[in-house]
Ligand binder design. Structure first.
Ligand SMILES: Cc1ncc(COP(=O)(O)O)c(C=O)c1O
Length: 446
């Protein structure tokens, strides 16, 4: 054993790259090649096989490096317009200076809580969220990812109701840990890992009568339900907006049947859809609400699940430590979230999302009408927009054509029936126009 000297030297070399302000072309080439090799040999070669940055990247795979607002650069200095926005994690764009500053300042003081003394920022963030969430929601617990917020929401709902069955929606995406998978509405991720402990049930999204019927059936056969979980607007399914009467009816049904309503705002929360929270489009107050992705301002991961004091009693008594995590809600992540909320409220980013989203979607609908062989249609609200293609092949061609024109959207070889636009909410109108121009060129080519 070499005393791990090779590993230490490798770490040292990379710290040099991390700390340098600039990157020259020779280093950029090494970084690009080495990144692909590392993914293939040590991470997951399947990812590499399906990524446009590799399959469409030529000799050197597109390797991300730095960014600001809705623009980022790869290691070679090529500029891209980011209209994927980390699937909703980049509402404030790349490396927002106020978030970075808050995190830097906090990192220099304390990064991880003692778990014994009181850490002030967790309390501040919980208080802030209580001030900006709908209705009587006034408690929060912090974690580090979206899927963990769902785990927490299901857990507190089970404790509060004493029941363990949930109803979810077809095509729902709630994350990929075990509890979240149990309410995942997509077979590809769910089926290979089932069963998940409790038997959950699924109803079509947007159909409140189906929920009521399912509840009546379960009541008739004596299966007790803890709660219903859904995204206000289904994100991963392609920005699917339910009919206007859906959410108010769902609220009514949950109250009538005595089950908890859990809103998964992991993707829709903090302004993306044109309101601060997705449920506000329909003036609905959920019992439990989840937020993550953009809460960390695109700088650090943080998520929260939230509810009112009555529900929170289930976490406080008899065992206040029934749900804990060592690193979730650490002071750096809380500092990022506090800065993010500050920027979001000050700049009223949800209003920007509503205005720019209306404009962008209007233009996209015109293009979809012009190219009926390519598009089935455009859906969404605010800056959560879904392009629905005639098939995955044509969808991939559009996504790849945009990539060649330095516009980033999702869409892989195996999953491009619907491709979302989710630019940062700080995107400029001129950048939307530029993307529309590049999309027009792409559509002509396709
Ligand atoms: C609505 C929704 N819930 C939960 C999740 C899971 O979040 P994470 O990937 O941070 O675990 C996602 C991720 O896309 C999501 O869109």
């Amino acid at each position: 054993m070499s005393g791990y000297s090779d590993a230490a030297a490798y770490a040292e070399r990379w710290l040099g790259i991390i700390k340098s302000e600039t990157i020259d072309e020779a280093t950029a080439k090494v970084v690009s090649k080495e990144t692909v090799n590392n993914f293939v040999n040590h991470f997951n070669k399947g990812w590499v096989e399906y990524r446009k940055s590799v399959t469409e990247g030529g000799e050197y795979a597109g390797t991300e490096w730095s960014g600001s607002g809705a623009v980022f650069k790869d290691v070679f200095g090529n500029e891209y317009l980011d209209f994927l926005g980390g699937y909703g994690a980049m509402d404030l764009g790349w490396s927002h200076p106020e978030v970075v500053e808050a995190v830097r300042a906090q990192a220099g003081k304390s990064g991880i809580p003692t778990q014994e003394l009181m850490d002030p920022l967790r309390g501040v963030l919980a208080n802030l969220l209580a001030q900006i969430t709908p209705g009587d929601i006034d408690h929060a617990f912090f974690v580090s990812s979206g899927t963990e917020t769902i785990e927490g929401a299901l857990k507190i709902a089970k404790l509060y109701t004493g029941k363990s069955t949930f109803i979810s929606t077809v095509k729902a995406f709630h994350g990929k840990t075990q509890g979240s998978l149990s309410v995942m509405g997509k077979k590809d991720y769910r089926a290979p890992l089932a069963p998940f402990g409790s038997q959950n049930y699924f109803v079509p999204f947007g159909d409140a009568d189906a929920l009521e019927k399912q509840l009546e059936i379960l009541e008739a056969v004596g299966i007790e339900v803890a709660g219903f979980i859904a995204e206000p607007i289904q994100g991963e399914a392609g920005a699917r907006v339910p009919p206007d009467e859906y959410w108010p009816k769902v609220r009514e049904i949950c109250t009538k049947h005595g089950i908890l309503l859990i809103a998964d705002e992991v993707q829709t929360g903090l302004g993306r859809t044109g309101k601060l929270w997705g449920v506000e489009h329909w003036n609905v107050v959920p019992d439990i609400m989840c937020v993550a992705k953009s809460l960390g301002g695109g700088v650090l991961p943080i998520g929260a699940f939230m509810g009112n004091g009555r529900i929170w009693k289930a976490f406080e008594d008899p065992n206040p430590f029934i749900h804990t995590t060592t690193t979730g809600g650490n002071p750096m992540a809380c500092a990022a979230a506090i800065a993010t909320i500050n920027v979001t409220l000050r700049e009223k980013l949800w209003e920007r999302a509503a205005e720019l989203g209306d404009y962008f979607m209007g233009e996209l609908k015109k293009l979809a009408a012009e190219y009926p062989k390519i598009y089935k249609g455009i859906t969404g609200k605010g800056l959560l927009i879904g392009q629905h293609f005639q098939d995955a092949e044509v969808g991939y061609k559009v996504a790849a054509g945009l990539y060649h024109r330095k516009v980033l959207v999702a869409g892989t070889l195996i999953s491009a029936n619907t491709v979302r636009f989710e630019p940062p909410l700080v995107v400029k109108k001129e950048q939307i126009d530029e993307v529309l121009n590049r999309l027009k060129d792409t559509l002509k080519e396709v």
